[in-house]
Design a protein. Structure first.
Lengths: 819, 283
């Protein structure tokens, strides 16, 4: 575990203490100046000459056969140049394939063929000269549907007589699996108490300000595709374009400009990048598609589902074992089936020691829209289920909710700690984090306040949640159900650092910049290597597939801090070594006596400046006759990096993610007896993300992700009627919390450095989304204790609470029986 | 999210606007556009011609007439309603109502005339206009008429305005009595789930001299709660059975039922809000 990773790790600057550097400082974000002035340069800001536009007819039915498509009127509309339907798609493309499921559907194409499986599935594509003509043409397309019975729920899908989403598979259960670790049977036999619950999760999703945007131009003179996309995982998209529309990877150039928010949502764009690329190839025109807000709400979401959880408890609160059965309605995009279940292994026991655990999962296809790896993927639900079970167990045993947590924390002295399944928690001090959170949030004062307010007739409650936030994906867990070596992994990336001919240092991390401060963070770490200020470094925020990337290049899974910084630091360090070697040769010095800072190479012993970098760059690129014979000219290094703690996949020992931040959330809420709306009065977090490079950026992500969790806990839900119609297609129905609903979140940081990343950094960006659900649910349950309310599902809507309380005695007392 | 094709006119005078209303095909007036623009983008409305009233200065004025009534131009923004000294002095309840509307961007662009003519049953202004007993002035080539707002709003999204008429002015009688205006929505910027506007005056002997109450977010549009008013008016404040009166009135109403709250839930919440608001006002 403690092993070193690469030469980069030992070369972190400032070891001599001479230069303090900018790592660890809240350097203001360099990229913001452009973004707030409207000069961010997003995918929609890029136009080709003779730009054409695509629009889609999306299925209005959740499940139906396509009987007939009449495109004649659309084709007659002036400005429309092409209309594509499933008939052609079936002839010229390959279907989309499953990753985890052993049996893959063979009938699901990038455009619907013969039948539709969800409301919002693309059925017909139009290419026209303007966006408006394209939209008008869609209104002229007449699709005749023959509705099929809708499979609305997991329970429906599992019935013997259920309509099948994919008849070729013969079942709606795309994949199921069972794991056993330790001796759970014995644990349950020895338990003093067994606590059970069915805990549910609903459909919600991140909704980035920038929707899916993709444009493509297929150059028929060179047989090459140039595509732009607001894509979070472009490395994978390149492969998916090849596998679906059959353009070889060697003929694809994919560029990702500034992305207006990712949150995992933009991992699903590849289907549309493939579609728009195909439209360009078929028409010979550059084609662009900008998804509308309503279209962005059709899909892609988190799945709804439930978990049957059972804890075997000793009477002092110790968890002896657990049984978990996870059911996820993974929509019907078989590509990611099982993902939400398998990734739960990354935080399945949370911050607690649970050695005996049985886990089963079922990934079920229904007529829900497709899912995507939304912020935290299955980990928010895992944490929610665990923390609900902790509270329920405490209540069942009659012990305090803080005591049961203290009883079960992984002890600090056991770090690094390997969980039952092989996940390695690389560092951290969970009991200390919890103690600090109790102090920081003034927990004991809050208990007194709660007692006082209850006497005044106010319903105030306190919630606690402790959570693990995993980062860096050892992605091949899809292969837990299959033989062989996974073709992809998220534990490595490739980046380029160069000193150009004028002496400026430029970095291209070659991954999407999704608004999470990569430019500034990279400028900070690289400026330290070269003894410069962050604003001296030019960081290219664009991804370009021709610059060199590993198969799953992208910004996802909280991995930037590990793998992109790893690759950038490796390239920067190698470049620095090369510059110093050239200088040593030129000046006849020993390379180990030299260092670089403020634009000069200097001798360390007496700070004598030997040569300026401008001069050195000029020599390295141009003056090849005087250039040292023992060196190669040019100052550009592309380096790849892999976090070597990623394990192979054996069913009894595997790790899903490689770094693990942790935090404790404590919140105080009040429920109004007038309308049962929940108001957050106070919210405190003690967060441990290991070493922090830029506290401003990290705090911002901790707060932002917590607000996204608050949205999931209280406000956001995609609602469907019994026919599978999505009822939440604008922001009037899909309720994102706004600044006005967001509480002030108080934050305190701990730093337990990760031994397996270059800087000791860990996952950042999903923690709040993962851990907040349990804290809010616990607080609401506590506030409504006089009514005996139990919370096992989200979101906590006022009307639902009213339904839960209205037949209780406390309610009758409150309303005088008049309501 | 792309409107269908339409012709766009931006007249500089009222005369020009009235002429367009008569001559162009299927005219649709656009004021601040805060409701209409999303509707156009969703293609719920597909008007042939859009007439933008934004360039007519006289629609943006706030005046006090000889009778002491406020005359508020239809194109006065919500922001102006909040900030305007004349309004704050002569109808403070109206300024408070506008504070509840949407968010800053909406208040900067949305207008009082536009909102009333949209007649959204959950909008903020109507209950307040009902208790103020305000009127609206409609103008067309045929002439000018003044209609009480209670008669003007005929139902959800339905008004008394004819196709060739433009709402030009809202007439608001001066009111400086005690007032309370409140909406409950889960998010600050949303339309009301439950809303109440009320004004009250109590006499020195503790009797309720004047009381006007209206509620919004009801299926058939906003309503004056006349039965509740008459049950309480003239009574001494400690001799009324508030809970029974409120229950009887609210049970006869039909609140909107949608994903933001069902009918029974909204009734409960409206009762609770009314009880608190009235208690506060008469005490």
């Amino acid at each position: 575990m403690q092993g070193s990773n690469s030469s980069a790790q030992t070369l972190v600057y400032s070891e001599d203490g001479k230069k303090s550097g900018s790592v660890g400082k809240a350097v203001p974000r360099i990229e913001d100046l452009k973004i707030i002035r409207g000069k961010g340069g997003y995918a929609d800001d890029i136009e080709f000459a003779d730009q054409h536009y695509a629009a889609f007819h999306f299925s209005p039915f959740a499940h139906a056969k396509i009987k007939n498509i009449d495109i004649s009127k659309a084709l007659e509309l002036p400005g429309v140049i092409y209309v594509l339907t499933g008939e052609e798609v079936k002839k010229i493309t390959n279907p989309m394939k499953s990753r985890a499921a052993t049996k893959s559907p063979t009938s699901h194409y990038i455009l619907a063929v013969d039948k539709v499986r969800y409301m919002g599935e693309p059925v017909v594509a139009v290419v026209a000269k303007t966006k408006y003509i394209a939209a008008d043409a869609i209104d002229l397309i007449d699709v005749e549907y023959d509705p099929l019975p809708v499979v609305a729920t997991i329970e429906d899908a599992m019935k013997k007589e259920s309509e099948l989403i994919y008849p070729e598979i013969g079942t709606n259960q795309l994949i199921e699996d069972h794991f056993k670790f330790g001796d759970t049977e014995k644990a349950f036999k020895e338990a003093d108490k067994i606590v059970k619950d069915r805990i549910r999760i609903h459909r919600y999703a991140s909704t980035p300000l920038e929707t899916f945007v993709t444009s493509a131009f297929y150059d028929q003179t060179r047989d090459e595709l140039l595509a732009y996309a607001s894509d979070q995982q472009p490395g994978r998209t390149v492969g998916s374009i090849e596998s679906t529309i059959k353009i070889p990877q060697s003929k694809i150039r994919l560029i990702v400009p500034q992305v207006g928010g990712g949150f995992g949502n933009k991992l699903a764009i590849w289907q549309y990048v493939a579609l728009v690329s195909l439209l360009s190839k078929l028409t010979g025109k550059p084609v662009k598609w900008v998804q509308t807000r309503t279209e962005s709400l059709y899909a892609f979401h988190r799945p709804r589902g439930f978990m049957d959880a059972e804890f075997a408890l000793r009477k002092d609160g110790k968890i002896l074992g657990a049984r978990l059965t996870d059911w996820q309605a993974d929509g019907n995009w078989p590509y990611v089936a099982a993902l939400y279940s398998l990734i739960k292994f990354a935080n399945m026991c949370g911050v607690y020691e649970i050695r005996n655990l049985d886990y089963s999962y079922h990934s079920v296809a229904t007529n829900d829209p497709p899912i995507v790896q939304d912020r935290g993927v299955g980990k928010p639900f895992m944490s929610f289920a665990l923390e609900r079970m902790m509270d329920k167990s405490a209540d069942a045993l009659g012990i305090d909710r803080t005591i049961i947590r203290e009883k079960n924390f992984v002890p600090a002295e056991k770090m690094p700690y390997t969980t039952f399944s092989g996940e390695v928690y690389e560092s951290g001090n969970y009991p200390e984090n919890f103690r600090r959170a109790l102090n920081f949030s003034e927990y004991h004062e809050k208990l007194k306040l709660q007692e006082k307010l209850r006497k005044e007739g106010r319903y105030v409650g306190i919630g606690i949640a402790c959570g693990i936030e995993p980062g860096t994906s050892n992605l091949g867990y899809y292969f837990l159900s299959k033989e062989g070596d996974p073709d992809y992994n998220g534990a490595g990336q490739m980046a380029t650092v160069e000193m150009v001919a004028d002496g400026t240092v430029k970095v291209n991390m070659n991954g999407p910049e999704i608004g999470t401060g990569h430019v500034t963070t990279i400028a900070q770490v690289v400026s330290d290597v070269f003894g410069l200020e962050p604003e001296d470094i030019i960081v290219d925020g664009w991804y370009d597939s021709v610059h060199g990337h590993l198969t799953y290049a992208g910004t996802y899974s909280n991995a930037f801090n590990d793998v992109y910084l790893g690759a950038v630091m490796k390239a920067a360090t190698l470049l620095k070594e090369k510059i110093l070697a050239i200088a040593a040769s030129l000046k006849k010095e020993n390379v180990e006596d030299l260092d670089i800072a403020e634009g000069h190479v200097f001798r360390k012993s007496d700070s004598e400046k030997l040569v300026g970098v401008k001069e050195l760059a000029k020599i390295s690129y141009g003056r090849l006759l005087s250039f040292p014979k023992d060196q190669d000219p040019g100052l550009k290094i592309t380096a790849s990096y892999v976090n070597k703690t990623a394990k192979p996949f054996h069913r009894d020992d595997f790790n899903v993610q490689l770094t693990h931040s942790n935090s404790t959330h404590i919140c105080l809420v009040e429920v109004s007896p007038e309308n049962w709306n929940v108001k957050i009065l106070d919210y405190s977090i003690v967060h441990d993300a290991g070493k922090v490079i830029n506290p401003g950026i990290v705090d911002g992500m901790a707060i932002g992700s917590t607000v996204s969790g608050i949205g999931g806990a209280l406000y956001e839900e995609f609602l469907f009627d019994e026919q599978g119609n999505n009822l939440s297609l604008t922001f009037a129905e899909y309720m994102k919390p706004t600044a006005m609903e967001s509480p002030e979140i108080k934050l305190d940081e701990m730093e337990s450095p990760a031994p397996n990343t270059v800087f000791g950094t860990k996952a950042v960006g999903e923690g709040g989304a993962i851990t907040s659900l349990g804290a809010i649910a616990g607080a609401v349950e506590d506030a409504l204790k006089p009514f005996g309310v139990k919370i096992s599902e989200l979101p906590i809507k006022p009307e639902k609470l009213w339904e839960m309380v209205k037949d209780t005695d406390e309610y009758k007392k409150l309303t005088g029986g008049a309501n | 999210m792309y409107p269908t094709e339409f012709e766009y006119y931006r007249p500089k005078t009222l005369d020009e606007a009235l002429e367009l209303m008569k001559t162009v095909e299927e005219p649709k007036v656009i004021a601040g556009g805060q409701s209409l623009m999303p509707m156009l983008k969703l293609r719920f409305y597909e008007p042939a011609c859009l007439i933008d009233l934004g360039a007519i200065p006289e629609l943006k004025q706030v005046k006090l007439d000889e009778g002491g009534n406020l005359r508020i131009g239809a194109m006065v923004t919500h922001f102006e309603v909040i900030e305007n000294g004349l309004i704050r002095e002569n109808a403070p309840i109206l300024a408070s109502t506008a504070e509840n509307i949407g968010d800053i961007q909406i208040r900067n662009r949305g207008t009082i005339g536009g909102s009333i003519c949209e007649a959204d049953p959950s909008a903020d202004y109507p209950p307040t206009m009902f208790v103020l007993e305000a009127s609206i002035v409609l103008l067309s080539k045929e002439g000018r008429r003044t209609v009480r707002i209670e008669d003007f709003i005929k139902g959800p999204y339905e008004t008394d305005a004819r196709e060739d008429e433009i709402a030009v002015e809202i007439i608001v009688p001066k009111s400086t009595d005690q007032y309370h205006v409140e909406k409950y929505a889960r998010r600050k910027a949303d339309f009301a789930v439950v809303s109440v506007a009320a004004i009250a005056r109590t006499a020195s002997d503790g009797s309720i001299e004047e009381l006007r109450i209206a509620a919004g977010a009801l299926t058939d549009g906003p309503e004056r709660l006349k039965s509740l008013e008459s049950a309480l008016k003239g009574k001494k404040k400690d001799s009324v059975d508030l809970q029974t009166s409120i229950s009887e009135t609210v049970d006869a109403l039909t609140p909107i039922s949608d994903i933001h709250g069902g009918e029974e839930y909204r009734k409960y919440s409206l009762k609770m809000m009314l009880a608190r608001v009235i208690k506060e006002l008469i005490e």
